[in-house]
Write a protein that binds this ligand. Structure first.
Ligand code: ARG
Length: 588
């Protein structure tokens, strides 16, 4: 494994050195390098430095150019030109580009991408549906974004502990368990249930028990007593509650499987997992004075959090009837994640509508000393999935959209496209590709907009072959694979003395930026920047492919070098898509 410094960083270093050589009192001035259309890179930092030194920027730029030497002794820079008020336009040599790409290509799946300098331990809370409830379109986002962030962070060397904080606790389980005690056969499939069956019987029990709960006072009383039994750990009650959890897991796994998100049983630690800590959490908060009793409830107050009436609106950790809520669980989970799991970052991929909850929970944990300055707590809060009308996505009947229906529809649409395009695929292959294309389309649409923003769920657009879609990227990948197959005996090979065309240079420089993009994406938890990178990669490849014949290039060496560019593009697309959780079929 050998990480490859990008050309941008190498050029940056050379410039910084030249600056210090030209102006000894430059300090650690930053040349401020960025990609540019005029040349390969442009340095803008000289202006600020000249201003600081009260000198002439163009003169200073000239000095820096001189101290770089021409021709560049290192063979990196082809041309350095002073432009405008004192910018430097920098062109690197073809050789430097090809050499860098060759080093990336020689680094297997890592493609020269460096590990993060300071890797730590992140506990990531994502893919957290609720027991006995249907997964809806909101659970798409916490699963898909969370899964991508996991892959990306792991790729940069971060130690990741996954936590699926499923909603498996609380008062409604008193009602459900009590119903099942009274109707014992209703969740029995002798263990052979599939996801759909499991969910429909859970739905049935949920509805039936709710009807009883709302209409029968005596049942209501029994259900309330059941909650107490549950929280106290009564074995019979727990055994029945476990049935709900098991049944729900059958269903969850069927959805996650369709969504192509791998979830492990040991990472599912739901709200119930913190039950034994809740009383202690409350006691600690009360004893330290972080929380106070107010009308019987245990509350934490914040100066800047007020209700619509202007009255303070506290975080309630324990209700006046003694019950513990969502906040007590999350605070206990923080203690577990910091002190037992030794996390230095807590990341929550949760709907932005829960931002106030997390703000208060994090602040409470800071006051209690559970979150110290060495531990970061971040909510990656995502926006709402909207329908075509721009309102939160609902069915025509106004109900929340079942995630599974949405996925099935995407797969169906994608299969139609695959079938139209495929000449030689078997039915089985069409089904497989249809799933990879359909699920990829849904994931990509979700990941390619900044997580915090809302987006419109538009299947027609998602499965389109043109534009910023995963289908476009998957086709680019498959097209390259087909070229590589056609090349037969001729293998991709870098020729470092090859002169490059503008399209080849543009593609090459973009390929060289993969590592930096991944680093930035990981630091900012911003998968949409990886999606944008990949889309641009596919676009640059398309231009290259239009302008530069590959198998019919002028010389055998050029054929090999262009195949090399094709191959590295494909591998970068494949790796980048994998980090987003999206498949790249070899043929489409
Ligand atoms: N189960 C919750 C929901 O469906 C999300 C849980 C988020 N995680 C947490 N630690 N509170 O909305």
């Amino acid at each position: 494994m050998a990480s490859v410094p990008s050309l941008a960083s190498t050029v940056h270093q050379r410039l910084a050195d030249a600056l210090t050589a030209a102006v000894p009192d430059a300090g650690s001035a930053d040349p401020l390098l960025r990609r540019s259309d005029r040349a390969d890179f442009q340095a803008n930092g000289i202006l600020a430095l000249a201003k600081k030194l009260k000198g002439n920027p163009r003169e200073l730029a000239g000095k820096v150019t001189d101290s770089l030497g021409s021709p560049d002794p290192a063979g990196l820079l082809a041309d350095v030109e002073v432009s405008g008020p004192g910018f430097l336009n920098i062109t690197v040599t073809d050789r430097a580009i090809t050499e860098n790409l060759a080093a990336r290509a020689a680094d297997g799946e890592r493609l020269g991408v460096p590990l993060a300098e300071h890797a730590g331990t992140t506990v990531i809370d994502y893919a957290q549906p609720n027991v006995a409830k249907e997964m809806h379109v909101g659970h798409l986002r916490n699963s898909v974004i969370g899964d991508a962030v996991v892959q990306i962070l792991e790729f940069t060397g971060e130690r990741i502990i996954r936590r699926h904080h499923i909603g498996d606790w609380g008062t409604q389980f008193g009602m459900l368990v009590q119903y099942l005690v009274e109707h014992p056969s209703e969740l029995d499939h002798s263990g052979s249930a599939d996801g759909e069956t499991a969910m429909s019987s859970l739905n049935h029990v949920y509805k039936a028990s709710k009807v009883l709960f709302d209409s029968d006072e005596e049942f209501k009383t029994r259900a309330r007593r059941r909650v107490v039994d549950l929280q106290a750990g009564d074995p019979e009650t727990l055994a029945i509650w476990q049935k709900f959890v098991d049944e729900s897991k059958i269903y969850f796994y069927s959805v996650f499987d369709k969504l192509d998100v791998a979830i492990r049983d040991e990472d599912i630690v739901g709200e119930s997992g913190y039950n034994d800590m809740l009383a202690e959490t409350c006691r600690m908060l009360e004893e330290s004075g972080v929380a106070v009793r107010s009308n019987g409830a245990l509350c934490v107050f914040f100066d800047d959090v007020k209700g619509p009436d202007g009255q303070p609106s506290p975080l309630i950790v324990q209700k006046s009837d003694g019950g513990f809520g969502y906040a007590a669980t999350d605070l206990s989970a923080i203690r577990d994640r910091v002190f037992n799991l030794k996390a230095d970052t807590l990341l929550y991929v949760v709907d932005a509508r829960q931002s106030l909850h997390f703000k208060m929970v994090f602040e409470t944990a800071r006051r209690a000393g559970w979150l110290t300055e060495n531990v970061r707590a971040v909510q990656l809060g995502f926006g709402t999935v909207l329908g075509k009308d721009g309102k939160p996505f609902k069915t025509r009947e106004g109900e929340t959209v079942r995630l599974i229906d949405l996925l099935d529809e995407a797969i169906e649409r994608a299969s139609t496209i695959v079938r139209e395009k495929a000449q030689d695929l078997s039915e089985e292959e069409i089904a497989e590709r249809g799933a990879q294309v359909g699920i990829g389309a849904v994931k990509y649409a979700d990941l390619s907009t900044s997580a915090t923003r809302d987006y419109k769920f538009d299947l027609d657009q998602m499965v389109s072959l043109n534009g910023d879609t995963s289908v476009y990227l998957q086709y680019a990948y498959a097209r390259i694979q087909s070229i590589l197959r056609k090349a037969g005996e001729v293998a991709p090979r870098a020729h470092t003395d090859m002169e490059l065309t503008p399209a080849e240079r543009a593609l090459g420089l973009h390929l060289d930026g993969f590592g930096e993009t991944v680093g930035e994406v990981a630091r900012e938890y911003a998968p949409h920047k990886l999606a944008a990178y990949l889309y641009q990669l596919a676009s640059l490849y398309t231009t290259f492919y239009d302008k530069c014949p590959v198998l019919k290039a002028d010389t055998p060496a050029q054929v090999e070098n262009r195949l090399f560019l094709c191959d590295l593009t494909a591998r970068t697309l494949h790796q980048g898509m994998a980090l987003l959780g999206i498949r790249t079929p070899e043929r489409l």
